[in-house]
Design a protein around this ligand. Sequence first.
Ligand SMILES: *Cc1c(COP(=O)(O)O)cnc(C)c1O
Length: 385
Amino acid sequence: MSTPDSSNWGFETRAIHAGQEPDTSTGAITVPIHLATTYVQQSPGKHHGFEYARTANPTRLALERSLAGLEGARHGLAFASGMAAEDAIMQLLAPGDHLILGVDAYGGTFRLISKIYGERDIGWSAVDLSDLDALVAAIGPNTRQIWLETPTNPMLAIADIAAVVDVAHASGIDVVVDNTFATPYLQNPLHMGADVVVHSSTKYLGGHSDVVGGFVGTNRDDLAERLFFVQNAVGAVPSPFDCYLLLRGIKTLGVRMDRHCTNAAAVAELLANHSAVSQVFYPGLAEHPGHETAVRQMRQAGGMVSFVHAGGADAAIAMVSATKVFKLAESLGAVESLIEQPATMTHLSVADSVLAVDPGLVRLSVGIETTNDLLADLTEALSCS
Ligand SMILES: *Cc1c(COP(=O)(O)O)cnc(C)c1O
């Protein structure tokens, strides 16, 4: 059986078939979970491409090809978590190097940079990446990487990927885009010139709150070679079962994202017209400062919505404790709707730093439940807070 060329297929077809061809030895329609740790060789070094499972595993390879296909990447690498994927990219830096990250970068990214790499002689600056002048001012002679998230977490700010790439490449700097919030269904950073795309596949890619994983994609052969070296040398690889769960989740990414986006748009509309809400952050709203850029670089505005409760921190805490369909929990991107207060939950590690958030802020990961049930749940919780 030959591997079909999937590059001309539409997104949903690639999500179901790219990298996930039927097993050639049995015809099994789904990718098998290959548990073997070692592979028999005909003579030393002569084998089917697999020797030892940390280095390469058939289930993981299917996942890597699947996600590479969705991001338009020549090279794809799967990791045990989003943070392990990010760590592999930061391993490309050397002492004395400097990187730039966004002011509302994911808290774990900020912690990895400030507490692990920052203490090993890697310099860093946090800037508002929607402000190109601020970005230019932060670039120094040793700047090697720009870490870009768009939309950001939890403020849902939008940065212009192509514009940041132009500025970065003029100074020989690599651009890494964390595409977790948008997913490859809504936005493809490599098509806009980014050097590396990274995902926490724990979120929308898995989509069912039951697997932790990470992914790195690139079209740069030089970076891919070093990343594969790090992946094998460090060994932060996902288990075959986790790869299988991700392959299963990816098949429905397109239909799930469509529903996340419609529900989130309805929720944003409701909040924008509610008296207990002082500010709504959703790139799909015309009044959002990044709306025009979002329309240009994203297919839809995504499933995340944040807002500031007019009653402040206490009212926000009461509200997030009162919803019934929206569950009070960290994380995001799965079928069920989640609600949280970033200041005391996901963003506690950045309190008192440049990344600190308003304690009245509430973040919603809007799921794929019935739209009216979500709207009724939020209306009810807002009325009792
Ligand atoms: C969750 C997340 C990460 C970290 O991924 P893990 O899978 O939890 O290690 C990185 N970036 C963003 C934007 C995330 O939401």
